[in-house]
Design a protein around this ligand. Structure first.
Ligand code: BYC
Length: 326
């Protein structure tokens, strides 16, 4: 699954700057915005970071659905803070992508036009309060598992943004675990609601890691460039290994009949998500794709006056600064 980058000029094909780039990657150093980088590396990063940013922004919707209905003032306050954190993550990530020369407006246009991807997981509905627990425990849990290695991504601004995001995700995961724990310590109906929710979110959460390795066109190159450090399947396996003992503490069953400990491999054997469903969601035909996109477009339109006011204020400030300088 790995490909290696050339480490020395072959027939004089590699320029000095490309050699320097390859050396930095080989030494596990960081590439910074002003460093030379291959165009394909830049494009790969813009693709991944923009998708990640869009995921954080669209990812606010399934949980904001419950802010007004959360069962207590304390729960509302926690949920509002969590959703605000996701907005913040989107902003750090858009800023990281901007250092690669892509404009925020351009990325937003792509999201609004439906030509950009965002994580499949946010196209599932949140009909019960237990879904707030499942999103925290499973979705933020999968996000941490995927994103901790991204803190070491070879592109400096991306890796640094991930450090802060991971700290916050870790808090989110615990609040989701705590919601489920409280339900599991509650009435039989509450326990049933928690289990039903986990049954719905488990497989979609495993899909967050991307397609299986032999169907992942971008992995080999991203790993050679040290953007990704582990393959999709490897991270999925690690995540399941992390979930099993936590599910035992919660008293929840993970809905995979093939999940068994393999003594020889010292890892869990597991079933496969429904990859047809994954591709349907990616093609825009999931439960909530149309609704998520419509909500995003409406929010963009409703925010037009804020963008206009900010632009008018910035123009006035710069005119004032010009007069002072003159
Ligand atoms: N959903 O070659 P592959 C959060 C696409 S938000 C949709 O393996 P790669 C949170 C993939 O983009 C966290 N698309 O790709 C927020 C590619 O398409 P293109 C979101 C997917 O990039 C709010 C194609 O399939 N996390 O935590 O090497 C509330 C082939 O895949 C998905 C990130 O964004 C998917 N699940 O690996 C709560 C993490 N999987 O672009 C929580 C950063 C694959 O070629 N991203 N695709 O048309 C990554 O780590 C990697 O981009 C992936 C995919 C592992 C997702």
């Amino acid at each position: 699954m790995t490909i290696s980058l050339p480490t020395r000029p072959i027939g004089g094909d590699i320029s000095a700057e490309e050699q320097q780039f390859n050396d930095l990657i080989a030494q596990d150093s960081r590439i910074e915005p002003r460093d030379w980088m291959p165009e394909a590396y830049r494009k790969t990063l813009i693709r991944q970071i923009a998708q990640h940013a869009h995921s954080e922004i669209i990812g606010m919707q399934p949980e904001s659905n419950w802010i007004l209905r959360a069962p207590s003032l304390k729960r509302k306050a926690i949920l509002i803070a969590k959703v605000q954190d996701e907005a913040g993550h989107g902003l750090y990530l858009y800023s990281a992508a901007q250092t690669l020369g892509v404009g925020r407006d351009e990325m937003t246009e792509q999201l609004i036009a439906g030509t950009a991807r965002y994580s499949s997981i946010f196209n599932y509905a949140t009909p019960t309060w237990a879904d707030m627990g499942s999103i925290g425990w499973l979705v933020d849990g999968a996000a941490i598992c995927n994103q901790v290695p991204l803190c070491r991504a070879s592109y400096g601004p991306y890796g640094r943004a991930m450090v802060r995001i991971c700290k916050e995700e870790s808090f989110h995961q615990r609040q989701g675990f705590e919601i489920l724990l409280e339900l599991m310590n509650g009435t039989p109906e509450q326990r049933q609601m928690a289990q039903e929710s986990v049954n719905r979110w488990y497989w979609p959460a495993l899909m967050m890691f991307g397609p299986p390795d032999d169907d992942s066109p971008n992995s080999a190159r991203s790993m050679a460039w040290k953007i990704k450090r582990f393959s999709n399947d490897e991270l999925r396996r690690r995540f399941v290994g992390m979930l099993v003992p936590q599910a035992e503490v919660l008293g929840l069953t993970l809905p995979d009949p093939d999940l068994t400990w393999n003594e020889e491999k010292q890892a869990y054997d597991m079933g496969q998500p429904d990859w047809d469903e994954f591709h349907e969601v990616l093609a825009g035909r999931g439960q909530m794709n149309a609704q998520r996109m419509q909500r995003r477009r409406d929010a963009h339109d409703e925010g037009a006056w804020v963008r206009e006011a900010a632009a008018a204020y910035a123009a006035r400030q710069s005119a004032t600064t010009e007069r002072v300088v003159a």
